[in-house]
Design a protein around this ligand. Structure first.
Ligand SMILES: [Zn+2]
Length: 215
């Protein structure tokens, strides 16, 4: 069974996820937002206490709050960083704008692999399928585990909200199309783990999301 552990890190209150197979203990870190040593220690302590074997470092997209811990994770676990190709410039720009948010110790990480729509990532007995979900960011992706009925959606869809579209590369029409055609077409029971705030479900958001609903 695939378990999902979440942490809320950094001044942006970003959700960092560790997904892991309970049986094989293989794991992936998704969107590490750890911004200081106590957040890094919290992440590392969980991984070592559970004896997890970190196989992948994945970014749904590369805004500052989702990438602050990339270098720490690469160095600590010797894993490759996977992002979508359309996020390269978004990732590069973090170095320039981090100080404007008061973050002066940011060390950028270089991506090693590029994620593509439909690609699968094996974590023990589980399989994450990459879904291309642009709109909040141009190379945004989500990670869907069909058997387990869960999806890590980054900043596309939130509990009763959606990702902002006023940042560079953002587009509301694109995001709305993504949510309607890529997310709301999943089974209603699928649990949604967003980049900020509490988890939700596809069925709940279709009925209750005030920005994009299926009424
Ligand atoms: Zn974002």
């Amino acid at each position: 069974m695939l378990s999902v552990k979440s942490f809320t890190f950094n001044p942006f209150q970003e959700n960092t996820y560790i997904v892991f197979d309970d049986e094989t203990l293989d794991a992936a870190i998704i969107d590490p937002g750890c911004s200081n040593s106590s957040e890094e220690n919290a992440l590392a302590e969980f991984i070592s206490r559970r004896n997890l074997k970190v196989r992948y470092l994945l970014n749904t997209h590369c805004h500052i709050d989702h990438v602050l811990g990339n270098t720490f994770c690469k160095n600590t676990y010797q894993v490759q960083l996977y992002i979508h190709q359309n996020e390269i410039s978004i990732l590069d720009s973090v170095t320039n704008y981090a100080p404007t948010f008061g973050i002066n110790n940011y060390q950028g990480a270089t991506p090693d692999q590029f994620l593509v729509e439909g690609q699968t990532i094996t974590i023990g007995n589980a399989t994450l399928k990459v879904i291309f979900t642009p709109g909040h960011a141009p190379g945004h992706v989500a990670f869907y585990e069909e058997k387990e009925g869960l999806i890590i959606v980054g900043d596309t869809l939130f509990f009763e909200s959606i990702g902002r579209t006023d940042l560079p590369g953002g587009n509301f029409k694109t995001l709305e199309t993504t949510i309607r055609t890529k997310l709301y077409t999943l089974p209603a029971a699928v649990i949604v783990y967003p980049g900020h705030g509490p988890k939700t479900s596809i069925g709940y958001e279709k009925l209750n999301n005030p920005f994009v609903n299926a009424q």
